[in-house]
Design a protein around this ligand. Structure first.
Ligand code: ADP
Ligand code: MG
Length: 249
């Protein structure tokens, strides 16, 4: 079973690839090199983890893949587009329409309810309010939070905030979902629940997921684990995820 799952994703088209990505941060005369030649290939419908010690550049790399940051050097191909050659406007369009980003600290808007938070990207895209509200309600239902739709985000638990953030990231129906340490502030049970939701995005909905984590408890959910250290990537592990999902059915 594990083998057949791996074979299936290995033959899928490439979703994301990078070649020779370099990125440094500059502050005055100080230059901090972070990424020093990152090469990656991630195929469609894979659920890939990006692990590595704190400060190794995981958030930096995810932000580059999410078209939030630009690399200093190197090529980034996302969903058949070479984004290194696109202008800011075209990159923004890819980020809005094809990528769902789940931020480490949720980034929910405090004064808004769960439903309103999930509506924000949809209304930004110009969807009429009643349609956005109806889609947001469906998305909250999918993450098991219908009963919290009208609760303000500051009254939600961390696990609930993470699920609202996930519903919001899915609002534009993205092909690619990027999540930065999605289980870091959750207990084991909530962490497993959020990972099951993320995992189903790839196995049941045909999306691609890239998840930054150093939470060893969730490694069994990955098809592949890439390890980032000293500015470079090494692939470290294969999948046990299908077996894990199968055993839960
Ligand atoms: P990780 O997510 O693996 O913890 P980050 O990508 O957040 O790593 O950061 C990698 C390195 O870059 C760290 O040394 C961090 O202090 C530094 N860094 C991150 N963001 C900035 C920034 N905006 N300006 C300067 N240095 C930064
Ligand atoms: Mg980080």
């Amino acid at each position: 079973m594990i083998g057949s799952q791996l074979d299936e994703t290995i033959t899928k088209p490439i979703a994301v690839s990078t070649e020779g990505i370099h990125k440094s941060y500059r502050s005055g005369a100080t230059v901090t090199p972070v990424l020093e030649g990152v090469d990656l290939v991630i195929r469609r419908e894979q659920c890939v983890f990006l692990a590595g010690p704190s400060g190794s550049g995981k958030t930096t790399l995810l932000s580059i893949l999410g078209c939030i940051l630009s690399p200093d050097q190197g090529r980034v191909q996302i969903l058949d587009q070479d984004i290194s050659t696109l202008d800011e406007q075209a990159r923004t369009a890819i980020r809005r329409n094809r990528i769902g980003f789940v931020f480490q600290r949720f980034h929910l808007i405090r004064g808004l309810t769960s439903l309103e938070n999930v509506c924000v990207p949809l209304t930004l895209q110009g969807m009429p309010h009643h349609k956005a509200a109806s889609r947001a309600a469906d998305l909250l239902d999918a993450v098991g939070l219908s009963h919290r739709a009208h609760t303000h985000s500051h009254n939600l638990s961390s696990g609930e905030c993470q699920r609202v953030a996930l519903a919001r990231a899915l609002s534009a129906d993205p092909d690619l979902v990027l999540a930065d340490e999605p289980t870091a502030s959750l207990d084991a049970t909530n962490g497993q629940e959020v990972m099951k939701l993320l995992r189903r995005l790839t196995t049941e909905e045909g999306r691609t997921a890239i998840i930054v984590t150093h939470d060893q408890r969730i490694f069994p959910f990955a098809d592949k684990v890439f390890h980032l250290e000293n500015g470079r990537i090494a692939e470290t592990a294969g999948s046990t995820s299908t077996a894990l999902l199968e055993s839960e059915r």
